[in-house]
Design a protein around this ligand. Structure first.
Ligand code: HEC
Ligand code: HEC
Length: 202
């Protein structure tokens, strides 16, 4: 390659990587209009997405994009709130694999902040025991260990978790066979106790 060709390709590379970094910033701004500043949600039906491991986060976005995970309609919580309500499936529909990877990486670098929320201490204690017995194998450290690549349960919003449990139990959200069996074996009371246990970790 001639030197001017080399310099030209260097210029093109620099130009495009700079442009794509600002695209990612714009996308993150869009996500944060529902998920909260720095991906920390103030709204109990929207999960905090800061700090989730990049692999698990990317996987969740791919599932939404392929309509393999149910997505509910949600309004915008901040920014231009006159925008029409939308869904995670619509939000991810036009994202490329590279966009998804960049978004997942960016959020994985941010600190997860547990939600400040009410919980019942007795139910939380029951939930802790249920968790240890049925879930800790894959969701270690009370569901806070990002190395498990299984999202973050500890300190996540209870309302969001309740919705996800309902979605798993109805069969709308498909799950790994082993987790499906663990969940199916639980009573409604035990599932409720789990939600209080995750909410209690603040
Ligand atoms: C209009 C509001 C809205 C926008 C915009 C939005 N989300 Fe969501 N997101 C939600 C809601 C609500 C859920 C909960 C699942 C559901 O109800 O569909 C969710 C769920 C998720 C989850 C699942 C979390 C988990 O632990 O499994 C991830 C990851 C996520 N969103 C990432 C993003 C990213 C990245 C963007 C920007 C590209 C984004 N969201 C934009 C509302 C939104
Ligand atoms: C065999 C391993 C395994 C077991 C056992 C397991 N899980 Fe999971 N769980 C996963 C993986 C992996 C994910 C993330 C991938 C996905 O969403 O499909 C996940 C995701 C979840 C999510 C969704 C988090 C989110 O925000 O999207 C919830 C809630 C959950 N698990 C709860 C539980 C509970 C409660 C138990 C015990 C009754 C349990 N899991 C048992 C592996 C497991």
């Amino acid at each position: 390659m001639k030197i001017y060709q080399f310099l030209f390709s260097l210029f093109v590379m620099t130009f495009f990587s700079a442009a794509s970094a600002s695209d990612i910033d714009a996308m993150i701004g869009h996500c944060n209009d529902c998920h909260g500043n720095n991906g920390v949600s103030q709204w109990s039906d929207v999960p905090t997405i800061a700090g989730i491991d990049a692999f698990g986060h990317a996987d969740a976005l791919l599932m939404f994009r392929e309509n393999e995970r149910p997505c509910s309609e949600s309004k915008y919580r901040q920014g231009d709130t006159s925008r029409a309500a939308t869904t995670m499936c619509a939000v991810t529909a036009d994202l490329s694999d590279d966009d998804i990877e960049a978004l997942a990486d960016a959020y994985s670098e941010l600190p997860f902040v547990p939600a400040v929320q009410k919980f019942d201490a007795a139910l939380a204690a029951t939930g802790a025991a249920v968790h240890e017995m049925h879930c800790a194998k894959c969701h270690s450290d009370g569901g806070s260990n990002v190395e498990d690549e299984a999202s973050i349960l500890a300190g996540q919003w209870a309302c969001y978790l309740e919705n996800e449990f309902a979605s798993y139990l109805s069969g709308d959200r498909v799950q790994d066979k082993k987790m499906e069996e663990s969940l199916a074996a639980l009573s409604a009371e035990e599932v409720k106790a789990l939600v209080h246990y995750y909410a209690s970790q603040q």
